[in-house]
Design a protein around this ligand. Structure first.
Ligand SMILES: Cc1cc2nc3c(=O)[nH]c(=O)nc-3n(C[C@H](O)[C@H](O)[C@H](O)COP(=O)(O)OP(=O)(O)OC[C@H]3O[C@@H](n4cnc5c(N)ncnc54)[C@H](O)[C@@H]3O)c2cc1C
Length: 235
């Protein structure tokens, strides 16, 4: 069963939560102005969404995109309090496509990071989004750091990070002449990308698939609902 979040009523109306024993929310615009529901989007006459996602950063937009591609019959809305999408962490991070070397083997983080790096390169290639697979060197500067560097290398191998090499000073110098250190892990799969651009592309995919993005729309309160939803897509 897919949970249903019904957004009822007019502007600043209540979002009735449809998860069994779940929540409902009170929404409004950041400015406090009334907001037309489903404004300029699919099902303009509707005043409810099956699912709303709060926050139009990369996590909210990626989730919204994945949900609508998997469940095209659902009406899904993303509510973002700012006037533009992805202006917080997503638009102000270091832009690194992490390879997954650091995480504990077998952990979900390790699996998702390695898989996620593959997916983001694939997505950027498909959409023509610029990135640079510049690689990364992780360097042991002192002798005592070498065992930890070797352990990290082993961890990266266990996680399935592509292309890892343990390199000595000479090879390191060839790659980065000004980098000081005794030994390094060469991690060629690491890259950089503008995550805001990726997030905006997710938003575009989501909208093209029929999703609604409402900006200047701050969720101000969320309440737990006592009842199950009156309908679900399985009915
Ligand atoms: C300094 C720094 C560097 C980083 N570097 C990297 C990196 O190199 N590589 C990497 O993969 N990750 C990096 N990260 C982590 C990455 O940036 C975050 O994991 C990711 O951006 C989180 O996305 P998000 O959508 O959860 O958050 P955000 O991008 O912050 O999005 C949350 C959104 O929710 C909205 N919102 C909040 N409250 C409400 C409300 N009540 N109603 C409506 N909307 C609301 C906000 O306006 C915002 O747009 C870095 C993080 C930091 C802080």
């Amino acid at each position: 069963m897919v949970p249903v979040l019904r957004y009822l009523g007019g502007a600043c109306g209540r979002a009735r939560g449809g998860f069994p024993g779940s929540f409902s929310g009170v929404c409004g615009t950041a400015s406090g102005r009334p907001w037309p529901l489903c404004w300029g989007v699919r099902r303009a006459s509707s005043s409810s969404f099956d699912i709303v996602i709060v926050g139009g950063g990369i996590v909210g937009l990626a989730s919204a995109r994945a949900l609508i591609l998997r469940h095209p019959a659902l009406s899904i809305g993303v509510l973002e309090k700012e006037k533009d999408l992805a202006t917080h962490q997503t638009g102000h991070n270091s832009g690194v496509i992490h390879s997954g070397i650091y995480y504990k083997p077998e952990s979900l983080k390790a699996k998702l990071c390695v898989q996620g790096a593959d997916l983001i390169y694939e997505y950027c290639n498909k959409k023509g989004i610029s990135y640079k697979q510049c690689g990364k060197l992780i360097v042991a500067v002192e002798q005592e750091e070498i065992p930890r560097l070797r352990a990290l290398y082993e961890r990266g191998l266990q996680n399935g990070v592509q292309g890892l090499r343990l390199i000595q000073q000479e090879d390191k110098k060839k790659k980065e002449p000004y980098c000081r250190g005794l030994m390094a892990i060469d991690c060629p799969y690491t890259g950089i990308v503008d995550y805001r651009q990726v997030a905006l592309s997710f938003a575009q995919d989501f909208q093209e698939a029929g999703g609604s993005v409402l900006t200047n729309f701050e969720v101000k309160d969320i309440e737990m609902a006592r009842e199950s939803p009156p309908r679900s897509i399985d009915e």
